[in-house]
Design a protein around this ligand. Structure first.
Ligand code: FNR
Length: 183
């Protein structure tokens, strides 16, 4: 059956390597899988319970609704200081307050990319811990930690063949995972 996934990118930078990876994913998706992009987490205000009491900001509700409709969420993020960028944590903090929670029982795939060697691994493990609260269904393996990404992206597209092949396989695994996880 068809699956529809959405991507959430943890970088606001115009030339973001992680955004380039996310934007390449639709080309790498298996048959019967469509991948679209969520709005920018940069459109969310800083989380503030006083603001929430006045009503959730429209971008938060729009993203929550898009996630609720999707069969899975692919988070593609840089690592900042061995952890998750603040803008991504802020988005997750907002989303965690929405009821019913759009990420509850939702299949989630994590990818990260860095010009460094470790490819954002440390951010991925912090992100997994955050997603425990949501009771999201985070796929364990295969993991995609893309190191040396500055050599693998050209003109906002992932061009490295080995990485493209690997991500195609990971997306296939995620499609299979989402079919089982939804049960
Ligand atoms: C970084 N960078 C970085 N890289 C890494 O592998 N581990 C890290 O802990 C950090 N820490 C970090 C903190 C801050 C504040 C910045 C701005 C950067 C480098 C980072 O991987 C690089 O800037 C990427 O290009 C950011 O991802 P996008 O924006 O290209 O997607």
């Amino acid at each position: 059956d068809n699956k529809q996934f959405v991507t959430l990118v943890g970088s606001l930078r115009k030339g973001s390597f992680n955004a380039a990876v996310a934007h390449t994913l639709p080309e790498l998706a298996p048959a019967n899988v469509t991948i679209t992009h969520l709005g920018s987490p940069g459109d969310f205000p800083h989380y503030n319970a006083d603001v929430q009491e006045q009503g959730f900001p429209a971008p938060v509700l729009a993203m929550a609704e898009a996630i609720a409709q999707a069969d899975g969420v692919i988070i593609v993020t840089p690592e900042y200081n061995y952890s998750v960028p603040g803008v991504l944590k802020n988005a997750l903090d907002w989303l965690s307050r929405v009821s019913p929670n759009p990420l509850a029982a939702k299949p989630v795939l994590i990818q990260s990319a860095s010009p460094g060697n470790i490819g954002g691994a440390r951010a991925q493990y912090h992100l997994r811990q955050i997603l425990v609260f949501f009771d999201a269904r985070v796929m364990n393996k295969p993991e995609a930690m893309i190191g040396q990404v500055s050599d693998k992206v050209q003109e906002n597209s992932l061009v490295d063949e080995a990485t493209r092949t690997f991500l195609s396989k990971q997306l296939q695994a995620f499609a299979d995972f989402s079919r089982q996880a939804k049960g």
